[in-house]
Design a protein around this ligand. Structure first.
Ligand code: MG
Length: 158
């Protein structure tokens, strides 16, 4: 088998006094995401998709919130480690597609920078990374701006 597919999901709570970081890009907003690491919800969903593609479990297994080592961690560094895990096993990324679900702020102006940043870390072309943004039409916790969620799918090849 020379291709594998994986999917990932994550959600983090929005609170005051935290930066909003998505795909390693700090986005100006009145609220930020709460979490043990930098709470980069999109990067977390992508890491889980990559791990899932190879049935390697999830990020909680490798970077447990109980471990002080990961407090405030830059999620792009964790992404680099997950990328190394798949590379060591002989796999490379075919493409990634993702969706960020956020009522606010408008993410469209930031998407190019987010793709570029992830592409740089994963050593692939920005064209191999899809990032879409949608609102939740004011429905549920994401619609009430209590949090931001992200979904990701990845195809690995060798
Ligand atoms: Mg997370």
């Amino acid at each position: 088998m020379n291709i594998r597919i994986g999917n990932g999901y994550d959600i983090h709570r929005l609170v005051e006094g935290r930066p909003l970081i998505l795909a390693g890009i700090e986005i100006e907003h009145t609220l930020g995401l709460l979490g043990h690491s930098d709470a980069d919800v999109l990067t977390h969903a992508i890491m889980d998709a990559m791990l899932g593609a190879l049935s390697l479990g999830d990020i909680g297994l490798y970077f447990p919130p109980s471990d002080q080592q990961w407090a405030g961690a830059d999620s792009l560094m964790l992404l680099q480690q997950v990328h190394q895990m798949i590379s060591e096993r002989g796999w490379r990324i075919g493409n990634i597609d993702s969706v960020v679900v956020a009522e606010r702020p408008k993410l469209k102006p930031h998407i190019a920078a987010m793709r570029d940043r992830l592409a740089q870390v994963l050593k692939i072309a920005p064209e191999q990374i899809g990032i879409k943004a949608t609102t939740n039409e004011k429905l549920g916790p994401v619609g009430r701006e209590e949090g931001i969620a992200a979904y990701a799918v990845t195809l690995l090849e060798r």
